[in-house]
Write a protein of this length. Structure first.
Length: 515
């Protein structure tokens, strides 16, 4: 495995102007140094008010922002993001910047301000009513509105200009996800010579036949081709993008090399499976002992002495939660001996609730849970415990550790990090991961029990198989999964992407870590 981000960025050089400043350079392949400018919709630090009117800071506790924050801290770089905290504007300077973290200032957070209409049309509109369903092959859910596109264009330009302002000739601008298809073009037009742009696409990429359905499909692909490097989780999505690029006039695609030649430039397209902070998850889970588990279980009415299955998802129509509950219902139909012996815990979090489709899926999940509990529940046993409270990381990883099964059944997913988090938390090596064949993680985690979330009977059979699995097989499978997750963790992903960004385009070959 390549060097970790800590090894890659700890070789600081004092600034020539002020030796007390954190170094903006980070060592990369060939001994060169690059600045890092991250661009994301979500900000790593948010300022708000407490009950007494004082300014408080919400810090990253999980996900991509938590994973990238230490990297940007070590490089002393910049982060460009939407400032949506109540007190965000109060603490920024005249350049819309604030130094973070608050108690140990290591890098600059440049905030971009959005109006309510821009949030509605750029984020809830084009990003999540057009691109999100489109990329998950749900064309029937795509809502094309001209104002969505117009606002998406203008907001992308604003983010692109802000990123270009923070970049130098030694910068790597790292753009995150589908919110910014057009920003790379704006950045490239203003980027100092010598700087480069990288974008990682965290959700699936569909075939050209699907993607071309929306107006401006060509402009979206052209915008992404303004990057020097474009990354996807798995080779299937990378190949789909290459097909889309090949459909445009003026491009030449070398699929074997994973490159697109356009406008006299070479754009590299690679697969970089994202990982999780496996060591931290394992350490946190290991400290969540039986006493802590009994307390958490008691809080939600879970009998800690019965088998427990867990699902953790945003309330999103791509996550397959109603299908999962239907499979459990079929399981308890076919295997009445497991009534009272298995409890399923569905941890849900509300997402994009301003979009009617998300309100409907939340209602559908609640109705499905009530139906199954009414049908099979007893005075002493509740089949499904639906948790929509916030669980901190200690509680979440503890829940993972003490769950006998994890049901990860998205209808389609770019990666799905819940599957990897569950494996990392299985410090006792006694859990079983059931994983949808339509999740990107399925291509890595081949010791998981494969499920098709659309097959209720097949899914129910897989649940029974997992519960009936011998201790020897459970441990063999989970040890293999944990090793895979540990070896391909978040540090490895960050390093692989940034190493690839710094290398000679003509020397690159496609295919995961050979990119």
């Amino acid at each position: 495995m390549s060097e970790t981000p800590a090894e890659a960025v700890d070789d600081f050089r004092p600034s020539a102007e002020n030796e007390m400043e954190p170094t903006r350079g980070t060592r990369r392949a060939g001994g060169t140094e690059r600045d890092l400018v991250v661009v994301s919709n979500r900000e790593p630090y948010q300022h708000g008010y407490d009950a007494d009117g004082g300014v408080v800071v919400d810090e990253p506790v999980g996900g991509l922002t938590a994973g990238l924050d230490p990297v940007v801290q070590r490089t002393g770089g910049d982060w460009v993001a939407w400032g949506d905290g109540e007190a965000d504007a109060v603490v920024t300077d005249e350049d819309d910047c604030v130094a973070v973290p608050p108690d140990d200032e290591r890098y600059t957070l440049r905030r971009v301000w959005l109006t309510d209409d821009e949030v509605t049309d750029y984020y809830y509109g084009y990003s999540n009513r057009v691109l999100w369903p489109l990329c998950h092959d749900l064309v029937g859910r795509v809502e094309v509105e001209p104002r969505y596109w117009e606002t998406y264009e203008s907001v992308n330009e604003s983010f692109g200009e802000a990123a270009a302002e923070r970049a130098t000739e030694d910068s790597t601008v790292w753009i995150q996800d589908y919110h910014f298809c057009l920003a790379p073009k704006t950045i490239r037009e203003s980027l100092p010579e010598g700087a480069n742009t990288v974008q990682f696409w965290h959700i699936p990429w569909p075939s050209w036949e699907t993607f071309r359905v929306v107006p401006h499909a060509g402009e979206l692909v052209e915008g992404l081709l303004a990057n020097d490097l474009l990354g996807f989780h798995v080779e299937r999505y990378r190949d789909n993008f290459l097909d889309c690029a090949a459909a445009l006039d003026g491009t030449r695609v070398d699929r074997e090399a994973g490159v697109v030649h356009v406008d006299g430039r070479t754009v590299r397209v690679g697969a970089f499976p994202m990982g999780v902070d496996a060591e931290r998850i394992a350490s946190t889970a290991a400290n969540f002992d039986q006493h802590a588990w009994a307390h958490l279980a008691g809080t939600y009415g879970i009998d800690p002495n019965v088998a427990v299955a867990v699902g953790v998802d945003r309330l999103d129509y791509t996550k397959g939660i109603p299908e999962r509950i239907g499979a459990l219902e079929r399981f308890w139909e076919d295997h009445p001996e497991w009534r009272g012996e298995l409890t399923f815990v569905q941890k849900s979090s509300h997402s994009r609730s301003r979009i009617p489709a998300y309100e409907r899926i939340a209602e559908e999940v609640t109705a499905a849970v009530d139906r199954v509990n009414d049908r099979f529940g007893t005075a002493t046993w509740q089949p499904i415990v639906h948790v929509d409270d916030h669980l901190d990381q200690r509680e979440l990883y503890g829940l993972y550790r003490h769950s006998d099964l994890a049901l990860v059944s998205p209808l389609k997913d770019g990666m799905n990090l819940v599957a990897k988090e569950y494996a990392a938390a299985q410090v006792d090596d006694d859990g079983v991961l059931l994983l949808s064949e339509f999740a990107g993680a399925h291509e890595e985690l081949d010791e998981a029990v494969q499920i098709n979330p659309h097959s209720r009977d097949g899914f129910a059979t897989a649940i029974h198989r997992a519960l009936s699995m011998s201790t020897v097989e459970r441990r063999r499978r989970m040890r293999s999964l944990r090793e895979r997750v540990r070896d391909n963790d978040l540090d490895a992903w960050v390093t692989d992407v940034l190493d690839a960004a710094s290398r000679d385009p003509e020397a690159l070959r496609a295919g995961g870590r050979d990119v």
